[in-house]
Design a protein around this ligand. Sequence first.
Ligand code: GDP
Ligand code: GDP
Length: 439
Amino acid sequence: MSKPVIALVGRPNVGKSTLFNRLTRTRDAIVADYPGLTRDRQYGTGRTGNHPYIVVDTGGLSGEQEGVDPLMAGQVRSAIEESDAILFLVDGRAGLIPADEAIANYIRQFNKPTYLLVNKAEGHSHQLISADFFQMGLGQPFVISSAHGDNVKETIDHILDEVVTEEEEEKAFDLDEHPGIRVAVVGRPNVGKSTLINRMIGEERVVAFDMPGTTRDSIFVPFERDGQAYTLIDTAGVRRRKNIKEKIEKFSIVKAIEAMESCNVVVLVIDGSEGITDQDLTLLGLALESGRGLVIAINKWDNLTEDQRNKIKHELEFKLHFVDYAKKHLISALHGSGVGDLFKTIRGVYQAVMKKVSTSDLNRVLEQAVLDHQPPLIGGRRVKLRYAHLGGSNPPRVIIHGTQVDKLPQAYTKYLMNVFRKAFKWQGTPVFIEYKVTV
Ligand code: GDP
Ligand code: GDP
């Protein structure tokens, strides 16, 4: 159930970010242009065929002398440790160079499934361009062109087929057995996640379910409140720390992404005394991309000076345009103030994202939207939006069929999003719109 994580490793300039962009492109296309959205260019999600995955670009390893730039080493190491497979990229045009061998040696110590990808191969004989690389002892190289897409899909399919084992499926926490609202509590270390989680769950005796496997796994905690069932997805590991003496939380973006993907509603906790940091913005960007419902909790409100309060209110207004659909709550996890309201919002968002919308209602709203505001002329011809249907909920995905829809400007998509949001009261959730070209 949890998505396999693949790490892209290699020297600078071998084409990692080009491959990364190709592997995460589907998501980019869905998420419209939100001004101010911070994208983490290192972490992304994608899907090929039946396989969803998380991809991490580990950045450049120099491969010089000790093999790795010591400053980078820590980050790269934890990225690799969190991954299920290593995709080691080399530059087919440059041929095998000593730095590649140094990186190969570095990678070997992790004992992870490793795949050698020979990139920049377009227009070259696969046999010739990969010949050099056999001697690295990493098996048959996959010959690809990230820039042109040659053999990329086939390679990723093959790798994911091998990585996703049945064993992993069995280990997964069975969400079907625990119906109710799945809430992921995410945030940087020390913002108060554990304190909030304990508040939310109260003194109830709960059984925590570990998602066993790797270090990055979250804990699932089913509980009830006011007659409503919830499963809390605890990325801070608070409920585990109680049992086993666990070392301090290690911040993991992958863990946050996975928690977001497994939930209905994300509660993103921000430390009010620190303001909104770049890492908070990264997490918010990921929350948007995940498509889940979102509530923002500004924590430690009890402990803020008047200046700090004003500063954060200002930041909320000016930094968070791209998640303007999310409600902001000023809370104190320590004292419990605001937590009741937080629950109300979570329930409201859940109801909004699960709401059934009929095709006829959807089309009625689309028709009216087009009447109010015609799509533009493109190449002298009017873009026609013929009909729509709902492609899914949580997030609501509206699929619109029409002519030249692939050429619609972002502003029009934004307009439609707002119209749909208003009409169907899709509060606290992004609305994804996809187009299908008909002739
Ligand atoms: P990174 O430093 O490993 O992330 O490498 P980049 O993705 O930034 O790519 C480095 C350079 O190689 C850029 O100029 C890319 O356009 C180019 N590049 C990447 N993939 C390919 C490819 O498949 N073929 C060719 N010819 N160039 C590529
Ligand atoms: P986590 O790393 O995100 O799980 O954060 P913790 O829940 O461990 O909290 C980090 C620190 O912030 C602890 O010392 C908490 O007591 C403190 N803290 C958490 N919530 C609040 C709050 O609402 N107000 C104040 N003043 N301190 C808080």
